[in-house]
Design a binder for this molecule. Structure first.
Ligand code: ATP
Ligand code: MG
Length: 415
């Protein structure tokens, strides 16, 4: 992508409204722009990262056997009355009326819609189990939308739901999802912990949260530095903890995923039933599994940045390589850059090519800000020796290589 015509308006100064680093850097690098409180436009750079996260989540959901569907954002309030959540959910639920004075809400979550879908279309135990998921925008009228994508009002979530004939089988589905979540957060390349968690508003009694460790996290976690034990302090019972105190560490976490065994919390009030093999009506047992896709983008930056900008984990980077032409007006430089750009693309690399008419200082600053894993700079001096300079954004190390030769770690990823 040629940066001269790429819609990524960068900002030099820190925007006053942004309190946390991910929000500042996403605004400054031209990834997002606010439309109104807690509601954002995703610009091309931001959308690219969001889609990379989405793809990893989608691949692992599909691999675990869940089937993708898409439910609407607008939901009739009637089904929320069936579960009593029209009252319980409170003012976070954005309500609206249509022209016939009928009540609706914007979906903050989809248990009611999916339970209604399943009860109307499944009759026999033979049709179970299955898992359905979607990747879709949610709306929650949060009291304090803040920190950019960390706590938005409209945000992107992956929500999955499992349907089984018994609590025992529902626990099997829960475990399949739990494993899928571990694979997802490993693949995202983030430092994360799974913790025992309170089940909060959604209900049920079997629940885990997934947290990305970062000092700006709103939750406090306690975990075993040598083992798997980890809890959210909201639930931590110090007397029952078998891990020696000196091995425990406290850290802040950003909740990026939450899974619940719901059992019949929704299926009972909504009478979602099937006929058992003995011909009796039995209530379907459910689980629900959420991932904050857009929040992950912010959490990744909270964990991966320095004073100059973002340092993307390779899996999430909008582009693998940022190619910088130091001297836009120099014909030889431009020709060498154009050729390398074409070659890298032909090798399958995703390249952002800074072909703008701007000073070297601005180009380097923007490249560090945007945070692609590799910067490749071509200038008149290097060109004399037939070389380009490669900089590793994370380590800051630079190496001069003959034009067309790639750093080893990058080269091995090609084709
Ligand atoms: P929180 O305690 O942070 O409000 P929650 O318990 O309300 O989260 P869930 O209902 O479990 O969240 O939603 C699933 C996931 O959606 C969360 O783990 C989180 O990653 C994400 N999420 C929830 N609320 C928001 C929000 N306002 N903005 C961005 N992501 C969110
Ligand atoms: Mg919430």
């Amino acid at each position: 992508m040629r940066q001269s015509s790429y819609f990524a308006p960068t900002i030099k100064e820190n925007p006053a409204e942004a309190q946390v680093v991910s929000h500042r850097l996403m605004l400054r690098s031209g990834m997002i722009r606010q439309v109104t409180s807690g509601v954002y436009n995703y610009l091309p750079l931001g959308l690219k990262v969001l889609q990379k996260i989405e793809n990893i989540v989608r691949e692992e959901m599909n691999a675990s056997g869940a089937q993708e569907i898409l439910m609407p954002m607008v939901q009739p309030l009637e089904i929320w009355k069936e579960t009593g959540r029209d009252d319980k959910y409170g003012p976070e639920l954005l309500r609206l009326k249509d022209r016939h004075d009928r009540d609706f809400c914007l979906g903050p979550t989809h248990e009611e819609v999916i339970t209604d879908l399943v009860r109307n279309n499944v009759q026999s135990y033979k049709q179970l189990p299955f898992m359905l998921y979607q990747i879709q925008n949610k709306f929650r009228d949060e009291v304090r939308p803040r920190f950019g994508l960390m706590r938005g009002r409209e945000f992107l979530m992956k929500d999955c739901y499992s349907f089984d004939v018994s609590v025992e089988k529902a626990k099997d589905s829960y475990e399949i999802m739990q494993k899928a979540y571990c694979r997802i957060f490993d693949r995202l390349g983030l430092d994360w912990r799974m913790v025992d968690a309170d089940s909060g508003e959604i209900g049920g009694d079997f629940s885990h949260e997934f947290h990305v460790l970062a000092s700006t996290g709103e939750d406090t976690l306690i975990f075993d530095t040598e083992g798997e034990y980890a809890v959210n302090v909201e639930k931590h019972d110090a007397d029952n903890c078998s891990v020696p105190a000196e091995r425990l560490k406290e850290a802040k976490g950003i909740e990026v995923g939450h899974i619940f065994l719901l059992k019949d919390a929704y299926s009972a009030p909504m009478s979602a039933e099937v006929l058992s093999d003995e011909g009796k009506n039995i209530t379907i047992q459910m689980g629900c599994y959420g991932i904050g896709v857009s929040r992950i983008m912010a959490a990744a930056i909270e964990q991966n940045h320095d004073e100059n900008g973002i340092i993307w984990p390779e899996q999430l980077a909008p582009f693998a390589i940022h190619l910088i032409n130091l001297r836009g007006k120099d014909e030889e430089c431009a020709a060498a850059c154009d050729k390398l750009y074409a070659d890298l693309k032909a090798q399958g690399h995703d390249v952002l090519y800074d072909d703008r008419e701007a000073g070297a200082g601005q180009k380097f600053a923007d490249a560090d800000l945007i945070g692609c894993p590799w910067q490749c700079t071509i200038g008149p001096r290097g060109l004399k020796n037939g070389e380009a300079e490669w900089k590793n954004r994370r380590t800051g190390e630079t190496v001069n290589l003959p034009l067309g030769e790639l750093p080893q770690t990058l080269g091995s990823k090609a084709a």
